[in-house]
Structure formats: C-alpha cells, structure tokens
Design a protein around this ligand. Structure first.
Ligand code: AMP
Length: 445
C-alpha cells in the first residue's frame, strides 16, 4: 500500500505535500518523496525512511513552486531500494514529468517485456516506470494529455495516479476505483488530491468529492477539468475499511471509524461470546472492539498496551524478527486480565503470528479463557491491487480451517465476521466493492 498527494496552486505546495504525507504515513513507512514544479523545472527529493526523517528545512528551498506531488511507499520484503522510491521523474520529448502511483498493475510484466524488446532501459522494479516509457515513446499523439490517456489505457489493475508536468497536474483513478482518492479545496488557496482525507484536516482543506472511478482531472491555468476516460466499473477495496485507512478518514464516501465500529457490532450479533470483557488488539482492533462492546453490553477494557515506538510487525522479512517485534510491541495489563474470560478483537489474521502471540501472552498473564473474534472474513487469497498481503501459501486461512487456526493460535475459540456481516456494516451496495482476498473473485487478472 502507498499514499499519494497532489497540491495545485498554493505558494507552500511542497510543504503542504509534506504535511499530507505525514498524515498518511500509516500507508507506507519504507520511503517517501516529493516533486515540485516552479514552472521551469521539476525538482525531486526522495529517500528511504519516514517522512519526518527524510525532509529537512533546506529541502523546501529546492522544492520550489506552486505545484507539488508526493508519495509514501510501502512494499513487501526485497523491494526497498531507493530506486523504487517515488515520485518517478523523467525528462522526455515534451520536457519534464513526474509520477506518483498507488496500487499495483496486473499486466506490468507483460508491458515491461514488450518495452524491453523495443530497447527500453529500466532503472527500478516498479510497475510505475512502465508508464513513463509508455508516455515518452508515444510519438503519434502531440500533447502530454493525449499521451497519458493512451498510456493508462494500456495498463491494467489498480492505479490512483497523479502526474506532474512543469505547468499541469493530471489525476487519474482506474475504472474499478480500487484505491481511494479524494479532491479538496485548500483554504489558503488551490486544490489538493490525496489518498485519504485525513491529509485535508492537517493542511486546512475542505473535502469537495472523491475522484470517480474511471475519471481524469486536469489542473491547468488555475482551473480544473473533469472527464471520464474509462467506463466506471467500481470495485473498491474493502480492506481499506478493515485495516488500511486511518479511522478519521472518509474513504469511498464513508467515515472509516464508523464503518469499523459497525463491523464490531455485526460481529457481536453474529458471534456472541459469554465473556467478562472485550479487549481490542491495539490499534487495529480498537474501533471494532468498541462496537462489539456496545452491542453485547460486555465492558470494554484496553487490557493490552502498545508500544508506539515499534513499527508494524508485518513489514519484517523473517519469521524470527516478526515474533520478536510482536513481543516488543504489545504487553498485557496483568491485574485486569487474571482469572477473566476475554473476547479479543482484531481486524484480520494474515499469517497468524500476531494472534498466536497475543493469546499466549494473555494466557501467561492469567486469562481464564481467550476467545478471538475477527472483524473481517478469513483472508484466503493474496491481493493483486496494492494491499501487500503475502502469497497464498503464507496465508494461514488458505491452508487451515477455522478450528485448526484456533488450535494453532491456542485460543479457546475463534470466529470471523461473515461477508454478509461486512456488507451490512458498510451499508452500501456489495457489487461496488472488491472482496477478492476473502472470496477469490478477482475483478481483473
Ligand atoms: P499476522 O500476524 O501475519 O496474522 O498479521 C495480522 C496483523 O497484521 C493484524 O493485527 C492486522 O492488523 C495486521 N495486518 C493485516 N493486513 C495487513 C497488511 N496488509 N499490512 C500490514 N499489516 C496488516
């Protein structure tokens, strides 16, 4: 997962991009970058690390201009080279261009092989670099906009894209609208486009609307122009609600916190437990646990503490390091737990590492019973559209039944929210969402 931001017509464009990336840091902690345009040149600064570690005051003297785009990167193991950080900048026939992209392309390999056969040279492993080549090599179409439209018609999969030229900014969301993308008006002047609306709060922007699936927005000469370049076939990512987006963001038209809390309510209705307290896995299970507690009437207790100075455990490459990091991250409040029956709520189980460690930790702290309740269905398939779930073999629910997983994580019981329960929680049309990681119905392969 990644985040993207674009700022148009604001005198502090690169600083506002920086603050937006800071707000969206949860969508990727591996690398970050900003490109700005001063009308003559595009300037880019990117590096590995967190947003606040990368950018220094003096960088904003370089990142001049009234337009800026930015990116935070999240990737699975092995792809953490600086060459894979975004924005991707290039000089080409019409001048300079820089691109940020959230989502994964499903035909990237095929296009890359074709481009390489024709002599293209690649610097990174990113599917985003394909786009630069497709745009730059299009000699038939005279304008950048036409070249971009041709290029995005060749790529398939998930793309929330922002493209900066020296004088314009282009925003495109794929016809499925897999990844979120919203448009806002900045109170101090100009416009913002960002993956999540939590960025709007920080920079003082008002939400206008979501960029539509299949839409292209062109920012040019101080104006914005919208056109549909694809027939929309919405399949928005349900996992944004479950795990990825920040609870204070509104994605796909709904507040994430409220949806997550409703998932907890549905979970309590579907899967009641006779327990003394509802305990969330912090922070991922908090909103759902509140919903579960309200619905069931069982008291809510923050009986597990989280050390916030440790990053997400999921990112680490080896099993040993993942185990250690869960221990470093979470610790129980013993006197609350001793002799009690607990219903523990988390958003999802991926490999089973976190749940197993948590159940053990709670039992060691004296819990009488630990019942795991998961506020999403069992994750049985990988995501090809930008959520970095591991391969099918690594997903515990692709190999084991719910009872077997309960045994593996050493819980007294385990149950998942149903797909119908999830749909009830989002209070929206099921057909507008992608549930592929749960039901195997991939909208595009
Ligand atoms: P695991 O220990 O592999 O079962 O991972 C489960 C934990 O990872 C849960 O607490 C989730 O909150 C979190 N999680 C789920 N999906 C992702 C993801 N795509 N990236 C990072 N963390 C995730």
């Amino acid at each position: 997962m990644c985040s993207v931001v674009g700022i148009y017509q604001n005198q502090n464009a690169s600083k506002l991009a920086f603050y937006s990336l800071f707000a969206m840091q949860h969508r990727g902690q591996e690398a970050a970058g900003i490109s700005s345009s001063d009308g003559v040149h595009i300037h880019t600064i990117k590096d590995r690390g967190l947003v606040t570690q990368i950018f220094k005051e003096e960088h904003f003297k370089i990142l001049k201009g009234y337009m800026a785009i930015g990116h935070t990167r999240y990737s699975t193991a092995g792809d953490d080279s600086i060459l894979d950080a975004q924005p991707v900048f290039a000089r080409y026939g019409l001048g300079e261009i820089s691109i940020v992209h959230n989502g994964n392309l499903v035909n990237a390999k095929e296009i890359r092989e074709e481009l390489i056969k024709k002599g293209a040279i690649f610097q990174s492993n990113m599917d985003t670099e394909n786009l630069i080549h497709l745009i730059a090599k299009n000699y038939q179409k005279p304008t950048l906009k036409e070249k971009i439209i041709d290029a995005v018609k060749r790529i398939k999969g998930a793309f929330s894209l922002i493209i900066l030229s020296r004088s314009k900014m282009f925003v495109i969301r794929d016809p499925f609208g897999f990844r979120p993308l919203s448009l806002g008006k900045i109170k101090s002047g100009g416009y913002i486009v960002a993956s999540e609306t939590c960025a709007f709060e920080l920079v003082g922007a008002e939400f206008i609307r979501d960029v539509k699936p299949g839409e292209m927005i062109t920012f040019e000469n101080g104006e914005i122009k919208s056109e549909m370049i694809f027939e929309p076939t919405p399949k928005q990512c349900i996992f944004e609600y479950i795990y990825f987006a920040r609870p204070d963001s509104n994605v796909f038209g709904k507040n994430v916190y409220s949806v997550r809390k409703q998932m907890g309510r549905e979970l309590a209705k579907e899967l009641p437990v006779n327990a003394d307290m509802v305990v969330p896995v912090p922070d991922s299970g908090v909103a759902a646990a509140l919903g579960y507690a309200e619905e069931s009437g069982i008291p809510f207790e923050m009986a597990i503490m989280r050390n916030h100075y440790v990053g997400r455990t999921f990112i680490e490459p080896t099993q040993e390091i993942r185990d250690l990091k869960v221990k470093m991250k979470l610790s129980p409040i013993k006197h609350k737990i001793e002799g009690k029956k607990l219903v523990v709520i988390d958003d999802s189980i991926v490999r089973g590492t976190t749940s197993r460690r948590i159940v053990r930790m709670l039992k060691e702290a004296g819990a009488k019973e630990v019942h795991m309740r998961i506020a999403s269905p069992a994750t049985t398939g990988p995501c090809y559209y930008g959520v970095d779930t591991p391969s099918k073999e690594e997903l515990i629910a692709s190999k084991l039944s719910t009872e077997e997983i309960a045994k593996y994580i050493e819980a007294d019981s385990l149950a998942y929210l149903s797909i119908d329960g999830l749909v009830r929680a989002i209070k929206d049309k099921k057909e507008n969402y992608c549930f592929a990681c749960f039901d195997g119905n991939y909208p595009i392969l």
